[in-house]
Design a protein around this ligand. Structure first.
Ligand code: SF4
Ligand code: SF4
Length: 108
């Protein structure tokens, strides 16, 4: 999807999504050019943070209050189609109840 040419969403959504993106330990930060960030349609939802395990590289974090669960950041599409997201399988889509059980209830 050509999200680069489109204006990104920049407001917090009103309802909780059914699924949320969570970055796992496979994230390499894409060497400073994160593919996932360019695919995400929500402004500031995905951003680079320091990687304590590899200080020379960053990794990406997802803001759970901005993620809409659209899956544009992952490569796995329906029926095994490939999407233009993370090539390293570094993003898990967690159901909301599993997310809140692990990370706490989202405050809205
Ligand atoms: S699921 Fe959608 S909104 Fe959430 S981080 Fe991925 S691309 Fe962004
Ligand atoms: S989540 Fe995937 S696409 Fe995004 S920075 Fe990490 S390795 Fe790259």
């Amino acid at each position: 999807m050509a999200t680069k040419e489109k204006a990104k969403r920049n407001v917090q959504r009103k309802r909780k999504p059914k699924i949320l993106a969570v970055i796992n330990d496979a994230c390499t930060g894409c060497g400073g050019s994160p593919i996932c960030v360019t695919e995400c349609p929500v402004d500031l939802c995905m951003y680079e943070v320091e990687n304590p395990d590899a200080p020379a590289f960053n990794r990406v974090h997802v803001d759970p209050l901005l993620c809409i669960g659209c899956k544009k950041c992952i490569t796995k599409g329906p029926m095994d189609t490939l999407l233009e997201g993370c090539p390293w399988d570094a993003i898990d889509m967690l159901p909301l109840d599993a997310y809140e059980a692990e990370f706490g209830t989202l405050p809205y």
